[in-house]
Design a protein around this ligand. Structure first.
Ligand code: RIB
Ligand code: CA
Length: 319
C-alpha cells in the first residue's frame, strides 16, 4: 500500500528549470502540488505568474491555484531578470497565449499561511527561487515553521563556489536577508544547493531524446530546453544542462540517490564580495557566535546524477 502523496507548495520564478521541476512534480504520484506561489528572480514576478499559468495549462492542471508573490527582495532593489539564462520572458521567449485565469485572491505569503494552517504538519514548502515569499510568511506568522512538514530548498552553495558570483548562488544572492531568516527556521530543511545541482547533468543527447516524445509536457520541455542548453554551452562549455530546481523533486521521491551532512547555516548579508554566500557551521552542532541557536540543515553533498536524471526523464515520458 503506497503512502498518501506528500503535499507541497512550489515557490517559483519560472524560469526554464523551474518549468521542468513543476512538470516533474506534477508527474510524481508521490507528491500532491497544492499550489504554486510566484516570486521575482529569473524574470519579473508578473511574467513568472503568467509562466506558471502556462506551465499548468500545458500539464492539464489548470485546477492548481497560483498565488502572485513578491516583486522585489526584502531589503534591496531587484537585481533584474536573468534573460541571458532564461530568455526575456523567462521561458526561452517562446510564444504562448496569455493565461485566461486570475491569480489566487491571496498573495503568496498569505496563501502559504492559509494552506499551511489548514493542514498543520502536512505541507512541505519547495522554494526554487529567491526566498522572499517564505521570509514574508515567516515574518507574518513566526510560528509558521512549527506547522510545516518541512522545506526542500533549491539554493545556496555550501562547499563550492557560487554561480551568480564567485561567492553566491542565484536564488540566495537575490535576497540574502530572506535566505538567512529562512535557513534559521525551526523545521526540517533540506538544502539542494550547487554542491549537487551543478553535478547533476542532463546531457545534450538526453535533451534530444525529449524532443522525440510526443506529449504536451515533453513538447514544452523541447521548446524551452535548447535556450538553456545554449547558455550552458556558452558559459560552461557543457553540452547539457545543470539540473537545479528538479533536484528538489528528485530528493523528495528518491532520497537514496543523495548523501548529505547536517550543519546550521548562516547567509552572508554583508555588502561586499561575499554577499549571499551560504556558510555551514564547522560541525553539526551550532557553534557559538553567528551559528548559535541555529537548527541544523540537511545539506546535500553527493548525488548519483545518472540515476536522478533518468528518473526525471522517465517521469516526463510517463504522462
Ligand atoms: O542557481 C539556480 C537557481 O537560480 C534556479 O532556481 C534557477 O531557476 C535560478 O532561479
Ligand atoms: Ca528557479
Amino acid at each position: 500500500m503506497s503512502p498518501p502523496p506528500r503535499k507541497i507548495i512550489i515557490d517559483t520564478d519560472p524560469g526554464i528549470d523551474d518549468a521542468m521541476a513543476i512538470l516533474y512534480a506534477l508527474a510524481a504520484p508521490e507528491l500532491e502540488v497544492v499550489g504554486l506561489t510566484t516570486v521575482f528572480g529569473n524574470a519579473h514576478v508578473e511574467l513568472c505568474t503568467t509562466n506558471a499559468f502556462h506551465i499548468l495549462d500545458v500539464a492539464g492542471r489548470s485546477d492548481i491555484p497560483v498565488a502572485h508573490g513578491a516583486g522585489r527582495p526584502l531589503a534591496m532593489p531587484y537585481r533584474g531578470p536573468a534573460a541571458f539564462v532564461h530568455g526575456e520572458n523567462g521561458l526561452a521567449d517562446i510564444a504562448f497565449h496569455d493565461a485566461r485565469r486570475a491569480p489566487h485572491e491571496l498573495d503568496a505569503a498569505h496563501f502559504i499561511i492559509e494552506q499551511v494552517l489548514a493542514a498543520p504538519g502536512e505541507i512541505t514548502l519547495v522554494p526554487i527561487g529567491p526566498l522572499t515569499n517564505i521570509a514574508l510568511a515567516m515574518l507574518l506568522r513566526p510560528d509558521l515553521p512549527q506547522h510545516l512538514a518541512g522545506m526542500v530548498i533549491m539554493g545556496g552553495n555550501a562547499f563550492c563556489p557560487g554561480n551568480a558570483s564567485p561567492a553566491a548562488e542565484a536564488n540566495i544572492i537575490n535576497d540574502p536577508e530572506a535566505a538567512d531568516l529562512v535557513f534559521g527556521a525551526d523545521c526540517p530543511i533540506v538544502m539542494c544547493g550547487l554542491d549537487v545541482t551543478e553535478r547533476t547533468v542532463m546531457t545534450g543527447a538526453q535533451i534530444d531524446e525529449i524532443a522525440r516524445i510526443d506529449t504536451p509536457r515533453a513538447r514544452l520541455a523541447a521548446q524551452i530546453l535548447p535556450h538553456y542548453r545554449e547558455f550552458h554551452r556558452a558559459s560552461h562549455g557543457l553540452d547539457g544542462i545543470h539540473v537545479h530546481d528538479s533536484t528538489c523533486v528528485s530528493y523528495m521521491i528518491a532520497p537514496q540517490h543523495y548523501a548529505s551532512v547536517l550543519r546550521p547555516i548562516r547567509v552572508d548579508c554583508g555588502h561586499h564580495v561575499g554577499r549571499g554566500k551560504t556558510w555551514p557551521s564547522l560541525s553539526d552542532q551550532a557553534h557559538g557566535g553567528e551559528w548559535k541557536n541555529r537548527p541544523p540543515v540537511t545539506i546535500l553533498t553527493e548525488v548519483d546524477s545518472a540515476a536522478v536524471v533518468d528518473l526525471e526523464l522517465n517521469r516526463l515520458a510517463s504522462v
